[in-house]
Structure formats: C-alpha cells, structure tokens
Design a protein around this ligand. Structure first.
Ligand code: GDP
Length: 459
C-alpha cells in the first residue's frame, strides 16, 4: 500500500468538465488547503466548519466582484476520490467563469493540476490499484456498450481481484522457498515442489485465459478493424456513408443530444467497427484497381473483417468465386456483398444464388443494411464477454501478462531441472514482478508519468 500522502502537500485545481458552453461546469480542488482556499472566496458561510459530504449554495467573490453563484460540494479526507480534502464547485457552464475561478484559486495558492493528477493521487493514496486507475480513463473514453462494460468491470476491481489472488498464492510460495534458504546446509523443504508445480500450472491456465481474452478486449476497446474492398464504382463510399449516416440519424433522434462522431467509426449492437483507410474511398475512385495490388493485400491482412462489394448489375457471377478465393488467402474473414440490387431483376439476382453467404444490398436505398449489420456483429464472438469473464483490454496489461507467462514457464523449467532454492526463488520473484506491474504493486515514476499523462486535465 502506498503512503504517499506526505508527498502531496500542495493543493491542485482544474476544471473537471469539458470546455464549451453548457448549463453547468465543475471546478475541482484537491489537497490539504482545498477547503481553506475556497473558504476565502466564499463568504456565505464558514466551509471549514461544515461536515463532509455536504452542499453549500453561495457566491464566489474576487475581491468585491461576484464571479458566479455556485454550489460547493465538500469531501473531507479520506472520504473523497483522491482521499485528500476535495472541493467541487458547480458553477454556470461558461468558459469565462471557469477560467476566472481557476485563476482565482491559483492566485490564492493552488497549483494547476497536471493531466490525470487527481486520479494519480487517488492511486498513490491507495484508493484503488493501477489497473483500476487506468480503467477510469477507459470508462471516460468508452463510446460503446461493450467498451463501457469492460471498463466498469475493471474499475470496480474485477480484474484486480483475480490477479491479486494469484499473486498472494505465489508470494506464499516465494516466502516458503526463501525460508528454506535461511536454513542453509540443512536439507529442509517447506515448499512442496509438487504443490508448487500444481499452483504454477493453475496460474498458467488463468494467465493464458486472460491473454487470449485480449483479442476480444482489443476489439472492444479499439473497434474491429474493417476494410471495404471492391472495384471502382461498386458503391463502397455510398455504403460507408449510408452506414455512418444511419448511426448519426439514430443518435440525433434522441432530443438534446449532440455527439462528436469519430470519422469512420460505427457502433453496431454495442460493438465498434473501425473502417480502415476510408479517406481513399471518399476522395478517389481508383484506390483499388485490382484486388491483387500489394497495398490492398496489406490492408486486408491488417483488418479483422473484409467487406467485399461488387456491382451486381455489372458483374459476371462466374468471376466471384475466384475473387473470393484471392481475398481469403489473406486469412481475414470476408463478407461478400452484391450491391445495387435495386437495379437488379429477379432473374439477374438468381444468377448469384449459388455464391455461399452472399448478401444482397442496395447501398442507395438501404435494402439489406440491417442484414449487413447483423453479419458484422456475428463476426465478433461476445460469448465469453457476456458471461462476465474478465476481458483484458489494455495493451500494457497484455504485455505484462505475456511476461508473467514467460516467467512462469521459467519456474516450471527450473523445477524440472531441480535447481537450488535460491534460483527458484528468483524465478518466482520475476513472475511476481510482472504480475505486480499490472496492478501497480511494482511501479516506477516513468511508468506512472506515462500512464497518467494520457489522461486529460481535471481527471
Ligand atoms: P466506389 O467507387 O466503390 O466508392 O463507388 P461509389 O460509392 O462512388 O458509387 C458509384 C456509383 O454507384 C455512384 O453513382 C453511386 O450513386 C452508385 N451507387 C452506389 N450504390 C448504389 C446502389 O445500391 N444502387 C444504385 N442504383 N446505385 C448505387
């Protein structure tokens, strides 16, 4: 557990809400002087004398000047997010007011918070472990139901609990083996080697499961990399626009919502699909002259899903199987799509019937779009995720898990080789080290700086 409270004698301030005009904004202070600083500019009452977890209405004054009417929320250490004294000021959502408040508190002696500093303090003060702190960032960034669920599970400690239990067991063995060393020449064995072997195998299984879950976790967090290929004029950009506009239309149907659309990301059934290299689709007509072009091949290999689109009014059905075979050489799953069916007679349509899994679509009218969305979703196996198993979504965790597995393999090899206790203890410690990196039992300043600098100011 970290006891770094003493290192944080300064009080930090930052806006906790995004810039822009809104009904309300929040300015947050954390640190030993948070309440005193606020008290000086809040004449309505003595905040120092108020109990924790209370709300106070009043004005914030800069000298004689009223800056805003606000509601102050008080959280006294350690019952706050950072475990320090925290004051949150809900003011009117004007950039000007927020700026004035932050400047006012800086003049009073607070310091502008660094990116992620509130969450970093929460971690350093033992509010949660590192994996949970990282999940706070993921939760805020989550744009889909599945990403939200994975982040929430991690933030609430599901993943950490699992790792913690594993680590405890290993620590126990490490100390048993180390105890043997204290007995030097005497031939004692506190740590039963067969039990250790069983434990390592159990750990291995769990770690392997977590490592495997990253395939899905990565997709949940970053989206399924998808590429649309086909000859010029097949309707690729029309299809992409249709898909994206459909989503925009659904979201903007909800009154009062605005959402920043990420170019070329589509959320279907709670899963994000990320279309690769779509700029080319929109801007030029000749991106994919031939499917054999190396750049296209490369794109198809990088993707997790290929939509192969052809103009059914202008394509000989006999060509399709060869094209599909070429695409399948990339090893990436493909959905074949016959486009422009609005222009197709029933007879023409039947000529394509023998092509397996072919989807009939009109990117122009939207016919077949729902079936396509179902097909997209079917490519992602959410079964494991739905059953509530922990899914690793963070690349850093994934890498530490790989190193843990390697270290566990080394422990097994050492056991097989019958090495002496001191070497065995070293191998076990190595596994513990990599496991500890994930939850933050083992950290370095660089690692922390790297993680928290990716957060926004105010988090
Ligand atoms: P791309 O080169 O593959 O990106 O093709 P575009 O999306 O630019 O489409 C080429 C032409 O086909 C455009 O004139 C589109 O309006 C038209 N088009 C695309 N999809 C359909 C469709 O489903 N039905 C019809 N009738 N025309 C379509």
């Amino acid at each position: 557990m970290h006891t770094s409270l003493l290192h944080h004698q300064d009080t930090i301030v930052a806006p906790a809400t995004a810039p822009g005009t809104a009904a309300l904004a929040i300015v947050r202070l954390s640190g030993p002087d948070a309440i005193a600083l606020c008290n000086r500019v809040f004449p309505a009452k003595d905040l120092q004398a108020q109990p924790s977890h209370t709300l106070h209405f009043g004005t914030i004054r800069d000298g004689d000047d009223i800056v805003d009417e606000v509601v102050v929320s008080l959280y006294k250490a350690p019952r706050s997010f950072t475990r320090e004294d925290v004051v949150e000021i809900s003011c009117h959502g004007s950039n000007y007011i927020v700026r004035r408040l932050v400047q006012l508190f800086i003049r009073q002696g607070a310091r502008m918070a660094q990116p992620g500093e509130f969450t970093k303090r929460a971690f350093l003060n033992g509010q949660f472990d590192l994996a949970q702190a990282e999940a706070v960032g993921d939760l805020i960034a989550a744009e889909s139901e599945t990403a939200h669920r994975a982040a929430l599970h991690q933030m609430r400690g599901g993943f950490s609990r699992e790792l913690h239990e594993l680590r405890e067991k290993l620590v126990h063995f490490a100390s048993m083996v180390e105890l043997e060393l204290d007995f030097g020449e005497e031939d004692v064995e506190f740590a039963n080697r067969d039990d250790l072997r069983t434990l390592i195998r159990d750990l291995h299984r769990v770690i392997d499961g977590l490592i495997r879950s990253f395939d899905l976790g990565n997709v949940i967090k970053n989206g399924v990399p998808t590429v649309i290929v086909g000859k010029p004029n097949a309707g690729k950009s029309t299809l992409l626009n249709k898909l994206l506009n459909e989503e925009k239309a659904i979201v903007s149907d909800i009154p009062g919502t605005t959402r920043d659309f990420i170019e070329d990301e589509l959320v279907v059934g709670g899963v994000t699909f990320r279309f690769i290299d779509t700029a080319g689709l929109r801007e030029t007509q000749d991106t994919i002259e031939a499917l054999g072009v190396q750049r296209t091949q490369e794109k198809m290999r990088q993707a997790s899903l290929i939509l192969y689109l052809f103009d059914a009014t202008d394509t000989d059905p006999a060509e399709i199987p060869d094209v599909l075979a070429t695409i399948r050489e990339t090893g990436t799953p493909v959905v074949p799509i016959a486009n422009k069916v609005d222009q197709l007679s029933a007879v023409q349509r039947s000529a394509f019937q023998s092509i397996a899994d072919l989807l009939f679509l009109s990117a122009a009218t939207g016919e077949g779009l729902e079936a396509l969305q179902q097909r997209l979703l079917a490519t992602v196996d959410l079964q494991e995720f739905r059953t509530g198993n922990t899914t690793v979504t963070n690349l850093r965790h994934y890498e530490s898990l790989l190193k843990t597995r390697e270290a566990l393999d080394q422990v097994l090899a050492s056991l097989d080789a019958g090495v002496t206790g001191d070497f065995l203890a070293m191998d076990i410690r190595q596994s513990l080290h990599h496991l500890g990196e994930i939850t933050g039992e083992i950290t370095t300043d660089d690692l922390l700086a790297n993680i928290f600098s990716k957060f926004c100011i105010g988090k």
